[in-house]
Design a protein around this ligand. Structure first.
Ligand code: PMP
Length: 428
C-alpha cells in the first residue's frame, strides 16, 4: 500500500468527518497542499477551489502576508492565557475590528469558534436581561432556514428540520421560530412578509432575550438571500418590543455578500455581533462576539461579570493572522473583486436556470447557488467535479460556490462550467 492509501485507510476506519457515518463514511480526497485558489491532491491532481473551505479562505491559500504574520508571531509566542494577561495581537485586533464593524459596537469578546461566539452572544443577551431585573427573558426568536453552529444553544436556533431537532428533543430549550423571510434579495420588498415575525415577536416579547439572525444570507440552512428591508423591519421590531438583536455574521462577514457585513445592506447595527470564519482569512479558528456599550454596561452593573472564558481566548497566533487578514482585505479592492465574481457567477450560472431538475439559480456577492428539485447524490457528483478539476461540495438540494476573492476569471469560468455540466449530467 502506498503512503496515501495507508493514510486514507486509517482515516476511513478511525476519523469522523463532518456529518458522516463512522461505519459507511463518504469518500474523502487527500489534500497535500494548497496555494491561491487551488487545492493540490496527494495524487498530483490540482483542483480549483469553489468553497473557500466553507467561507473562510477569502485571500486564497498559503498567502505570503498571512504566512509571515503567523511565523513572526510564532517566534514571539504562540499562546498565553488571557486571564490577567493581554498582548499586542489581541489589542490590535480589537482596534481593527472596531474600525470596521457598525458604529456603537464597542466591547469585543474573543473566542475559539463560530459556535462558541454564538453561545457567548446568547449568554450576553440573557445576562443583560437578568442584570436588568428580567431573568424571565431567556428565550430566542429566529427564522426558519437558519444555521448558527453545532453546540447546544446554537443548535436550538438552527432550522428545526435541517438541524435535526428531533434527535435532541428535550436537551435544549425550544425557541420561537418565524417563517423564513420569503422576500428575495433582488425582488421588491413586500411588507406582508413581516407578518409572521411581527406576530411572534409581539406574542413572545415578555420572554424573549433576543432575536438571532444571519443577515441577508442564510448559509448552511439553505443558502437563501433575503431583502434588506426585512432586516430593517427586524431591527425596528426589536426596539419596539424590547428584544436585543444578535446578528450572526460568521459566514457573511468580511465582504462575502458584496458589503463588508450583511448588516451594511440595511445600514443597521445589532446589539451583539458574531464574527468568525474569514476573520483569520481561513488560517485557524478564531471568532468574536461584539457588544454595544449598553449591553456591556448592563451585564457589568453592580459588580457583574460576563461568565465565559475559553482556554484559547485571544490566541496570539490567531489574532496576529486576523490583523494581517483584515489589513490585506482593506488594502485591496475587495469590493471590485467580489463585484466581478458576482457578475461572472450570474452570467455563467444562468444557463442552469432552464435545465430540467433545477428549481432556482441565485447569486449574491461572491456566492452562487443552483438549487435542484431532488437531493444531490454527493459522492457521485463530487467525483465528477474532482475528475474535472474543481472542488465543489454540495449539500441537500444545493450545489453552490463561494470561491476565494483572489480567484482568476479563467478559474472561475471553469468552476462554473463544470458546476453546470455536473447539474446537466446528474439532474434531469
Ligand atoms: N454561524 C454561521 C452562520 C455559520 O455559517 C457557522 C459555520 N458554518 C457557524 C455559526 C458555526 O461556526 P463554527 O463552525 O466555527 O463553530
Amino acid at each position: 500500500m502506498n503512503r496515501t492509501a495507508e493514510l486514507l485507510a486509517f482515516d476511513q476506519r478511525h476519523l469522523w468527518h463532518p456529518y458522516t457515518s463512522a461505519l459507511h463514511p463518504l469518500p474523502v480526497y487527500m489534500v497535500a497542499g494548497a496555494a491561491g485558489s487551488r487545492l493540490h491532491l496527494a495524487d498530483g491532481r490540482e483542483l480549483i477551489d469553489g468553497m473557500s473551505s466553507w467561507w473562510c479562505a477569502i485571500h486564497g491559500y498559503n498567502h505570503p502576508v498571512l504566512n509571515a504574520a503567523l511565523t513572526e508571531q510564532a517566534a514571539r509566542m504562540s499562546h498565553v492565557m488571557f486571564g490577567g494577561i493581554t498582548h499586542e495581537p489581541a489589542v490590535r485586533l480589537g482596534q481593527a475590528l472596531l474600525q470596521i464593524v457598525p458604529a456603537g459596537l464597542e466591547h469585543v469578546f474573543l473566542c475559539d469558534s463560530g459556535s462558541v461566539s454564538v453561545e457567548a452572544a446568547i449568554k450576553m443577551a440573557m445576562q443583560y436581561w437578568s442584570a436588568g431585573g428580567h431573568p424571565e427573558k431567556k428565550r430566542l426568536l429566529t427564522v426558519r432556514g437558519g444555521y448558527h453552529g453545532d453546540t447546544f444553544m446554537a443548535m436550538s436556533v438552527c432550522d428545526p428540520v435541517t438541524g435535526m431537532h428531533h434527535l435532541f428533543r428535550g436537551a435544549f430549550p425550544e425557541q420561537v421560530f418565524a417563517e423564513r423571510p420569503s422576500c428575495r434579495f433582488h425582488a421588491p420588498y413586500n411588507p406582508a412578509d413581516a407578518a409572521d415575525f411581527l406576530t411572534k415577536i409581539e406574542r413572545h416579547a415578555h420572554e424573549l432575550a433576543a432575536v438571532i439572525l444571519e443577515p441577508i444570507c442564510q448559509g448552511a440552512g439553505g443558502m437563501w438571500f433575503y431583502h434588506p428591508d426585512y432586516l430593517r423591519m427586524v431591527r425596528d421590531a426589536c426596539d419596539r418590543f424590547g428584544c436585543l438583536l444578535i446578528l450572526d455574521e460568521i459566514a457573511t462577514g468580511f465582504g462575502r455578500t458584496g458589503r463588508l457585513f450583511g448588516a451594511s445592506w440595511a445600514d443597521i447595527r445589532p446589539d451583539i455581533l458574531c464574527l468568525g470564519k474569514a476573520l483569520t482569512g481561513g488560517y485557524m479558528t478564531l471568532a468574536a462576539a461584539l457588544a454595544t456599550r449598553a449591553v456591556a454596561e448592563q451585564i457589568s452593573r453592580d459588580g457583574g461579570v460576563f461568565m465565559h472564558g475559553p482556554t484559547f481566548m485571544g490566541n496570539p497566533l490567531a489574532c496576529a493572522v486576523a490583523c494581517a487578514s483584515i489589513g490585506l482585505l482593506l488594502a485591496e479592492d475587495w469590493q471590485g473583486r467580489v463585484h466581478r465574481i458576482e457578475e461572472l457567477l450570474k452570467a455563467e450560472l444562468e444557463e442552469a436556470r432552464n435545465l430540467s431538475g433545477v428549481t432556482d439559480v441565485r447569486c449574491l456577492g461572491a456566492i452562487g447557488v443552483v438549487e435542484t428539485a431532488a437531493p444531490v447524490n454527493v459522492p457521485q457528483i463530487q467525483a465528477f467535479f474532482v475528475d474535472n478539476g474543481v472542488w465543489i461540495r454540495p449539500f441537500g438540494r444545493l450545489i453552490y460556490v463561494m470561491p476565494p476573492y483572489v480567484i482568476s476569471e479563467e478559474d472561475l469560468t471553469r468552476l462554473c462550467r463544470v458546476l453546470v455540466a455536473g447539474v446537466k449530467r446528474f439532474h434531469r
